[in-house]
Design a protein around this ligand. Sequence first.
Ligand SMILES: Nc1ncnc2c1ncn2[C@@H]1O[C@H](COP(=O)(O)OP(=O)(O)O)[C@@H](O)[C@H]1O
Ligand SMILES: [Mg+2]
Length: 213
Amino acid sequence: MELAVKNITKTIKGREILSDITMTLYSGKVYGFVGRNGSGKTMLFRAISGLMGIDAGEICLDGRVLHRDMDILPHMGIILENAGLYPEYTGVRNLQILGKLTGVTPEAIREAIIRVGLDPDDKRTYQKYSLGMKQRIIIAQAIMEKPDILLLDEPTNALDESGVEQIRKVVGEEKERGALVLLASHNKEDIRLLADEIFLMESGRLRKGDGGQ
Ligand SMILES: Nc1ncnc2c1ncn2[C@@H]1O[C@H](COP(=O)(O)OP(=O)(O)O)[C@@H](O)[C@H]1O
Ligand SMILES: [Mg+2]
């Protein structure tokens, strides 16, 4: 698949949050996004996901324009900051609810939970999860549908060392599976180990970069 972002721009309250961003991305690769806080990485991901509208430009998947020729990016797995799960349900129950919409099998849900290092039979509710456990279950939610495109916004945030390693392994496996992965991370090692190509964001602008290394 080819995901083409063409000259997208977004202005919020008179400030250009995304400025004329253009890039072409392909399946089976991991694209790393780096840049200081507030440079626009999360906003770019929100724009690609369709969670946020854009003022100009186009996002195309294999030549079809997103939100014009199709409603939503098909088979997209996404983790964004502040992803909301139901606090009063267990992890597995949350994923069952989300998976119902797209017909994910119970087996696929269990498998995803195990892959991120959690126990699918854990009886604790989401609100009792530690920060790292919350991050892991959100990643499980993103991968459970075996999406064509994965948007991973700071996936190793709040994770301990074993969690970081586990999630890096998952990202590598997703790439091998053929997913197109967008990875924003302020963890230089994540980017160095995983990214095939690195983009640097600066004040809403994108430039192909070396991650500042
Ligand atoms: N809900 C919002 N409304 C208006 N501006 C926002 C909102 N969220 C973020 N911004 C602004 O958008 C810019 C890019 O933010 P963000 O994409 O979150 O940066 P990054 O993920 O690279 O740290 C920042 O200037 C931020 O202040
Ligand atoms: Mg961000």
